[in-house]
Design a binder for this molecule. Structure first.
Ligand SMILES: O=C(CO)[C@H](O)[C@H](O)COP(=O)(O)O
Length: 223
């Protein structure tokens, strides 16, 4: 099976977690895109969706799914999204698609975070994937110096030869060469740095369920 087929399999499985007559929170990235395509098939069963990025909102709308602002929603039974890495305890690195802040906000409202990922994303220790940190542009240099003191190497993320600008008008610093022994503590420490908007560690509030796509089927991890 190809990686895309594994992503499609978990996206299909995730439909089982969508609650009829309610809104669904939708993540960002290639796996989330497969989920959106599946969601389109049952769009008449849901009230609509809350998107974690402009790209996701556009894809949802292209399928005729109603997209509402998070501010209009009080109850969100599930948030469904991919991950760049996930541990057997449900802690994740997210933000490879630069949508970490809105992802964390929408996830914080949801009763359940359902992570959908192909099996290659499961790791015992987080940190092989660069850890994204969204930063207010004027604080980029000072935040980078402080992040370096935590042990990683900070790299400003570029796109098309220019610093990548997020949906929130911020920049991303990717921390490489970091072995994350204690994800909850590192999330706390990075959150303390003035100028940091969001760190792509989802550990204090990790996934509740992970649907992991493997060639022999979809494995469900519950945390
Ligand atoms: O956090 C994310 C975007 O900000 C994505 O969920 C993460 O990068 C995984 O993406 P993909 O499903 O394409 O592997």
């Amino acid at each position: 099976m190809t990686q895309d087929q594994l992503k499609q399999a978990v996206a299909r499985e995730a439909i089982k977690y969508v609650v009829d007559g309610e809104y669904v929170g939708v993540g960002t990235g290639s796996t989330a895109n497969f989920f959106i395509d599946e969601l389109a098939k049952i769009k008449d069963r849901i009230k609509g969706a809350v998107a974690s990025s402009e790209a996701t909102a556009a894809r949802l709308r292209s399928h005729g799914i109603d997209v509402v602002e998070l501010n209009q929603v009080a109850i969100l039974p599930v948030y469904i999204d991919g991950a760049d890495e996930i541990t057997p305890q449900g802690a994740m690195i997210k933000g490879g698609g630069a949508a970490l802040t809105r992802e964390k906000i929408v996830a914080s409202v949801a009763d359940k975070f359902i992570c959908i990922a192909d099996g290659s994303k499961l790791v015992n220790v987080l940190g092989k994937f660069p850890l994204p940190v969204e930063v207010i542009p004027m604080a980029q240099a000072v935040v980078a110096r402080k992040l370096a003191k935590l042990g990683g190497e900070p790299n400003l993320r570029f796109k098309d030869g220019k610093p990548l600008i997020t949906d929130n008008g911020c920049v991303i610093i990717d921390l490489v060469n970091l072995k994350i022994a204690d994800p909850v503590e590192l999330e706390r420490q990075i959150n303390q740095i003035t100028g940091v908007v969001t760190v792509g560690l989802f550990a204090a509030r990790g996934a509740d369920v992970c649907l992991l796509g493997n060639p022999d089927g979809v494995k469900t991890l519950t945390f």
